[in-house]
Design a protein. Structure first.
Length: 522
């Protein structure tokens, strides 16, 4: 796939694809009673009625735009489509309910359906475009395609209809008769959807290759980002059953649970012993955030963020303020998520990249090989200038990577927190595993579906190399806390990509060793 999605779903730019359509995904809690009252003005219609009042539902809509000659390498029209297949999966890859077939009927037409009774959680919606009736999955087709009947698959089992509410846009291509599946992971929290996974409209780079972009915020802050392409990884949930494939000198069956590998294990059962997960499809701030007027010797005083090399990072900022500052960079910007941080850590793990940083208290790494440039904005600290340690401090080991994930200043992340009851929480949803109350080594990772994507540690008394001998810093007491990751310039071997600190409150702005980093999703 090589296409970009522009704002408001009105203008499209295509990269090497034959043509383009729009998949719009929205979650809403239905309280409507009229089948004609949804998605007003879009042309979306249904003859199948509504889900029960108060039901959470994921609505999927396909919109066709013409003319397409300016969007494609060769002219294609709506007539070249036979149908789309829409499927809903949970985040382990298990299909939920029946797949649905959607037929397009003309230029500008929107067609779609519902998945109903969807509980809160993480899901993937995929769509396949087919130019012939040779579908690769079993589809039950029924009823004529008319202006009031666009959905034809298993309509009697779960009446499909259409959703209003927050939308998520996903672009996809038509391949000749075989289909091209494009997935988007949705976080569904109390009737909201989030996560987009496409390149910026102005990005001329390859969607499948790491590369850098730069943007200037509305307030004039220059911000460098690295595109993180989609990639697959397999988490060993029960490593002992995962066979004898040797990776970097160690076989899968003796790895710790939670370890990530780049290809399917030679033994074990998918879904229980190992799980395949897709990461990427976002931009990570290439460096830690600095103020717009920061220099090598001053953090500055501006309230505008920049993401630049060779300046003092912005510290002494609370989680709440860091999240607000990131939001002002761009409408598609936010504070770095734990899922995206984990994607960077997993990339380094499956490629056996030893990411080093400023962690030894004197501008270097406890394992050597790093010399950073001191930033002198505050006496008594040995923070370094952003991105000054060379490519060995990049998550890829190259210039096309994200810098300073190991040490320098630890970084607030968005998704994971500790509830007042002492359990892990993702967003507003708490989960059973308790947050450790002491400081211990990361010895494995949570493999339960609710926490797998977020790099949530399990701790033990002795460090292990697979997780860099990194540590988790826990806390006791009833107060909720936020997470910061990566470790500080004085943490030594405790710092690293799997380091997690869950001991600070969201409004704590006194920390001269904690900063932050933005991300972009389009």
């Amino acid at each position: 796939m090589r296409q970009l999605l522009l704002p408001l779903l009105t203008s499209l730019r295509l990269r090497g694809a034959l043509w383009i359509a729009i998949l719009v995904v929205g979650l809403t809690t239905i309280a409507c009673t009229s089948p004609n009252g949804l998605l007003s003005g879009t042309g979306l219609r249904s003859a199948d009625g509504l889900p029960p009042s108060g039901t959470n539902a994921i609505g999927v809509a396909i919109r066709m735009n013409e003319p397409m000659s300016t969007q494609a390498t060769g002219f294609k029209s709506v007539a070249d489509i036979n149908h789309f297949t829409i499927k809903l999966f949970d985040w382990t890859g298990s299909a939920l309910g029946s797949q649905r077939e959607v037929h397009a009927t003309g230029s500008g037409t929107v067609a779609g359906m519902y998945f109903t009774n969807v509980p809160s959680g993480m899901y993937k919606v995929t769509a396949e475009a087919f130019s012939s009736a040779n579908d690769s999955v079993t589809i039950t087709t029924g009823g004529a395609q008319t202006s009031s009947n666009f959905v034809t698959v298993n309509a009697g089992a779960t009446p499909p209809t259409y959703s209003s509410g927050t939308t998520l846009a996903v672009a996809m291509t038509l391949l000749n008769g075989t289909g091209d599946t494009i997935g988007a992971v949705l976080t569904i929290n109390n009737g909201q959807t989030s996560v987009r996974a496409h390149m910026a409209p102005f990005d001329a780079g390859s969607e499948t290759a790491l590369h850098d972009i730069s943007l200037v915020s509305v307030d004039g802050g220059t911000c460098a980002f690295t595109w993180i392409p989609r990639f697959d990884a397999f988490q060993l949930a029960n490593a002992a059953n995962c066979g004898s494939t040797s990776r970097f000198g160690t076989i899968d069956s003796v790895r710790p649970n939670g370890y990530w590998v780049t290809s399917q294990p030679s033994a074990g059962t998918s879904g229980s012993d190992y799980v395949k997960v897709s990461f990427g499809g976002f931009y990570a701030g290439k460096y830690e955030v600095s103020r717009k007027d920061a220099t090598t010797s001053s953090q500055g005083t501006s309230t505008v963020a920049s993401v630049r090399q060779f300046v003092a990072p912005w510290t002494n900022i609370s989680f709440d303020s860091a999240a607000e500052v990131c939001g002002f960079i761009d409408p598609h910007a936010s504070l770095m998520g734990d899922q995206e941080w984990t994607a960077l850590a997993v990339y380094a793990m499956i490629n056996n990249i030893d990411v080093r940083g400023n962690n030894n208290g004197s501008g270097g790494d406890v394992n050597g090989g790093v010399t950073t440039l001191d930033e002198t904005s505050q006496a008594g600290t040995l923070r370094s200038q952003t991105g000054s340690g060379g490519t060995i401090t990049s998550h890829t080991g190259t210039t096309y990577g994200v810098y300073d994930l190991n040490g320098n200043v630890s970084e607030w992340t968005r998704d994971v927190n500790r509830t007042p009851g002492g359990t892990w929480s993702v967003g507003e949803f708490g989960f059973a595993p308790s947050v450790p109350t002491t400081t211990d080594f990361v010895v494995s990772l949570q493999t339960v579906a609710s926490l797998r994507l977020f790099g949530v540690p399990i701790v033990g008394a002795s460090g292990i190399g697979e997780f860099g001998n990194d540590k988790l810093v826990g806390i006791t007491g009833p107060s909720p806390t936020r997470v910061h990751r990566g470790g500080m310039y004085f943490d030594g071997a405790d710092a690293g990509l799997w380091y997690v600190n869950v001991s600070k409150a969201n409004n704590d702005a006194t920390l001269d060793y904690v900063g932050f980093r933005p991300m972009l999703k389009f």
